[in-house]
Design a protein around this ligand. Structure first.
Ligand code: SF4
Length: 284
């Protein structure tokens, strides 16, 4: 039986939130649709900003995907990008059997009006290069690699693939001519060595560096949308680092490393700067 949920519209302070099943749309300061085929996330990053740590479980049937995308297309058209990977990762290990993300991409390929943006910590993304290549509506793919030390990955992203596996996936997508970039986010003091990561990547690949943030605004909407509370990052790193200390360390690293050995590092402005995430600091 098809799920076909109703459209729900709620006003939360300055944000208008609409949801259709697992698709969420926020209007106001943040404008996006977020799609998640899985509830919870087996990668279990300790800093997860949407508190998704858990065991990834499908939250939609394959047959429900097409009708929901048609609804999205009707309501948003080309106006807003369709984000995959915001509320949980699209490539947890269970995706190898369920193939819900692959199926969604194939459905999106049939709807070129929908603009698609995807981010992941998973190396399984390389499996879907054939589908990505068939999409005329793929605007961007981000692979998140905040650290290069596999021992630290085991502690801080216990279910996620190794550094080498993620780098290999990023390179495969890049070689296939897809619009891929790497995100060193969150940049964590004493953990993230931006140049050590960027030097393993092609010189013409964009590499964004974004600071670990105890973002109040994000806290507000994730609590409302997902019923989750204090941001994980603050719970885990709050005793050791205030936001001010983290910001100072980030700015010092930016000053010291700049564009990095390959000149492909772009440091994002601090979240408190009043600018959005598309703004970068000028490299020294
Ligand atoms: S991969 Fe993303 S959604 Fe999953 S736990 Fe890590 S930060 Fe959260």
């Amino acid at each position: 039986m098809l799920f076909m949920p109703d459209l729900i519209v709620k006003e939360v302070g300055p944000i208008k939130v609409k949801s259709i099943g697992s698709i969420i749309f926020m209007e106001g300061e943040m404008k996006f649709w977020a799609w998640s085929a899985y509830d919870k996330c087996s990668f279990r990053c300790v800093y997860c900003s949407v508190e998704a740590q858990g065991v990834s479980k499908p939250q939609i049937l394959k047959e429900e995907v097409g009708p929901l995308l048609d609804d999205f297309d009707k309501q948003a058209g080309r106006k807003f990008p369709f984000y995959m990977g915001v509320t949980s990762d699209p490539y947890p290990p269970i995706e190898s059997e369920q193939q819900l993300t692959r199926h969604t991409l194939m459905e999106l390929a049939k709807r070129p009006n929908i603009r698609v943006v995807l981010c992941t910590h998973g190396d399984m993304i390389a499996r879907d290069i054939d589908v990505f290549k068939s999409m005329t509506n793929l605007e961007g793919v981000g692979i998140t690699i905040p650290m290069h030390d596999n021992e630290k990955i085991k502690q801080l992203e216990p279910g996620a693939p190794t550094f080498e596996a993620r780098v290999a996936a990023a390179i495969k997508l890049h070689e296939a001519g897809l619009p891929v970039h790497v995100n060193i986010t969150p940049w964590i003091p004493g953990v993230s060595e931006a140049d050590m990561i960027a030097r393993e990547l092609p010189a013409d690949m964009k590499v964004n560096v974004g600071v670990l943030s105890y973002n109040e605004h994000q806290r507000y909407y994730t609590k409302y949308l997902f019923g989750r509370d204090i941001p994980s990052a603050q719970r885990v790193f709050g005793k050791e680092y205030t936001q001010e200390k983290i910001n100072d360390a980030f700015l010092a690293a930016h000053k010291q490393i700049g564009g990095g050995t390959k000149g492909n590092l772009k440091w994002l402005v601090l979240p408190t700067s009043g600018k959005n995430h598309t703004h970068h600091l000028t490299n020294p």
